[in-house]
Ligand binder design. Structure first.
Ligand SMILES: C[S@@+](CC[C@H](N)C(=O)[O-])C[C@H]1O[C@@H](n2cnc3c(N)ncnc32)[C@H](O)[C@@H]1O
Length: 400
């Protein structure tokens, strides 16, 4: 195989999680890679581990040529998305790769799958794509649970009288003042009424969006889900430049705009990705047990997405996962994660081993284009060398 592949036994999950998180949930990684790049500063000596989700952010890290990239996910369908992308990088030209994964002419995947892509991927992912290639052929961003969520959301916005045909004008705005005025005039007056409340409080809809049941409870109990969603959306629509916000473009229009795409889809990165495929280790499995199988102190950078929102009520799992992380982490390790809640500290069993970098985290969150997370965390080891912490202090962007 082009890359290392490990298939770990997947422990049984409760019925709700099995139902909600079966098949592709995330057709795109919903974390802003610019935040990850500045916070983790992937380098040539680094072994990075990342949760896979739709594989976008692991591939964005691979553009930085780390020593090794480990991408792990407990949902085999998510792993299958990453494997199809890796196989395409290895065997297709850039234009065809872009046609499929930027969904410019996705149907071309049917003509290359059997001969070029299928031989490159694991048996488990072959079984997945043999049944589900139609989703990639019709454009991944229309499918998967969060693809279905955005389809319903777009219908709902039309129902509220918001004219999505005007969206193209909005996404071409290149200054915050005009952006704020446009949002205030065309969206805000119609959006945040009673029916939006019903929409956001209807858990099955939010599960479709990829909000884990435990995550829904975390946010709703602490912040009221409607107020939280309103605050996050209004922030991004009025305070973060919309011009290159491919997250909002995919959500509101179902597509990317030209070359305003994640870094791994840019032509300038294609050859680098291809040259780095041997550095990739794809893992089907749970993070904790996988880390326990790795040598102690062998991993330098941890991209943990919002997995702790999925386990915060399950203290034993929460603490054991952090224990596994700290055992596998090198002396110079950096850890990043996000939360739907405005605050979710690491468990007490590891907190004194960690040094937070709140100012950099706050400034990066203020530029987050995903409109999803209430908080972002950057940690190094408390005992880390001073120059490592100095490096993070100097990474704080001057402006927000
Ligand atoms: C935490 S979720 C959230 C993703 C994010 N909000 C997004 O939109 O991309 C991302 C992925 O983590 C996986 N996941 C959650 N907990 C995990 C764990 N403990 N080990 C491995 N994968 C996990 C899920 O299967 C899912 O594909």
């Amino acid at each position: 195989m082009l890359y290392q592949y490990t298939d770990m036994p997947l422990p049984k999950r409760d019925w709700l999680e099995r139902m909600v998180f079966h098949g592709i949930v995330f057709n795109m990684s919903w974390e802003d890679p610019e935040m990850d790049r500045i916070a983790l500063r992937p380098g040539a000596n680094d072994t990075i581990i990342s949760i896979t989700s739709a594989g976008c952010n692991p591939l964005n890290f691979l553009c930085q040529t780390p020593k090794k990239l480990i991408s792990v996910d407990s949902n085999p369908a998510q792993t299958a998305v990453l494997e199809l992308k890796l196989a395409a990088i290895a065997t297709l030209d850039y234009e065809t790769f872009f046609d499929i994964f930027a969904a410019r002419r996705p149907n071309i995947v049917t003509s290359v799958y059997r001969a070029r892509l299928r031989p490159m991927i694991s048996q488990r992912s072959r079984e997945y794509w043999d049944r589900n290639l139609w989703m990639a052929a019709r454009g991944l961003y229309q499918f998967g649970k969060n693809g279905l969520f955005f389809l319903i959301m777009r219908r709902f916005l039309k129902f509220l009288g918001i004219d999505l045909n005007q969206a193209d004008d909005f996404f071409e705005i290149d200054n915050l003042e005009e952006q704020y005025a446009w949002y205030r005039k065309h969206v805000a007056p119609k959006l945040w009424g009673k029916s939006a409340k019903l929409f956001v409080y209807f858990k099955p809809f939010m599960f479709l969006a990829g909000v884990h049941p435990h995550q829904f409870d975390l946010v709703h109990e602490r912040h009221d889900m409607f107020e939280y969603v309103k605050e996050r959306i209004e922030y991004v629509m009025t305070r973060v430049p919309i011009y290159d916000n491919y997250f909002m473009s995919v959500a509101v229009t179902g597509k990317f705009r030209g070359k305003r795409v994640p870094p791994y889809l840019l032509e300038e990165n294609f050859q680098t990705l291809r040259d780095n495929l041997h550095r990739v280790h794809v893992v089907n499995g749970w993070l904790g047990p996988f880390l326990d199988s790795q040598p102690a102190g062998s991993i330098d950078k941890f991209n943990l997405l919002d997995i702790f929102d999925w386990m915060w009520t399950r203290t034993q799992l929460y603490e054991s996962t952090w224990h596994s992380i700290m055992r596998a982490a090198s002396e110079r390790a950096t850890f990043i994660y996000r939360s739907g809640s405005y605050q979710l500290e690491p468990p007490t069993n590891v907190r004194d081993q960690l040094k937070p970098h709140p100012e950099l985290a706050r400034k990066l969150l203020a530029r987050d284009r995903s409109a999803t997370y209430g908080s972002f965390y950057i940690y190094t080891r408390a005992a880390a060398a001073p120059e490592l912490n100095a490096h993070l202090r100097d990474a704080v962007p001057a402006t927000v």
